[in-house]
Design a protein around this ligand. Structure first.
Ligand SMILES: NC(=O)c1ccc[n+]([C@@H]2O[C@H](COP(=O)([O-])OP(=O)(O)OC[C@H]3O[C@@H](n4cnc5c(N)ncnc54)[C@H](OP(=O)(O)O)[C@@H]3O)[C@@H](O)[C@H]2O)c1
Length: 157
């Protein structure tokens, strides 16, 4: 199964100058809680921009560079082949960005963990493909700076 985890502002903004536009401690805590000891998948740009290593997660980095290697991390050069291979797996693979990886993975995702950041931020990276109408909300939590929702993709009619 493929899912994604994202935090986005009211304009679907997700990034600014290679980093998150905000620093929301509770949101990072939720991200950790949702991904601990799971398979997470992220683009090279996002991985290289992490402020520190994410412990206790099985990380796959998507890169077009066939020479790209990082110790303790799997590297995949073909995102679509990876998604096709794992879309029916019982094991969950959580897509964790950035923009280009979210966009290409979106049609494959059947579940989502989304933090809707309440304030508008200056952003240069968006997750335009995301449309809340594609999803049923199965869980919702109101936090001071964001609304957290778990989503399951609506069945085709
Ligand atoms: N708000 C959030 O929840 C959240 C989460 C994650 C990231 N972000 C933000 O998103 C921004 C980064 O996003 P981004 O779009 O610039 O980068 P990205 O999606 O993290 O990484 C793109 C990388 O993947 C490679 N790639 C793209 N498509 C591929 C494919 N089909 N097969 C193999 N490799 C492929 C690209 O290669 P090329 O460069 O050669 O095209 C590039 O190295 C940052 O600001 C980050 O903080 C926000």
């Amino acid at each position: 199964m493929i899912s994604f985890s994202v935090a986005l502002d009211p304009n679907k903004g997700i990034g600014y100058k290679g980093a998150l536009p905000w620093h929301l401690k509770d949101e990072l805590k939720l991200f950790k809680q949702n991904t601990l000891f799971k398979n997470i998948v992220m683009g090279q740009t996002t991985f290289d921009g992490l402020p520190r290593k994410l412990e206790d997660r099985y990380i796959t980095v998507i890169s077009l560079d066939p020479e790209y290697r990082v110790e303790g991390v799997s590297v995949v050069n073909d995102l679509i082949a990876f998604l096709e291979e794992h879309k029916e797996d019982e094991t969950e693979y959580i897509i964790c960005g950035g923009a280009s990886i979210y966009r290409q993975s979106y049609p494959y995702c059947s579940k989502a963990y989304v933090s809707f950041v309440k304030e508008e931020y200056e952003t240069d990276t968006k997750f335009d493909a995301f449309d809340l109408n594609d999803w049923d909300i199965v869980k919702e939590e109101d936090h001071p700076d964001f609304i957290y929702r778990e989503l399951i993709r609506k069945k085709a009619e």
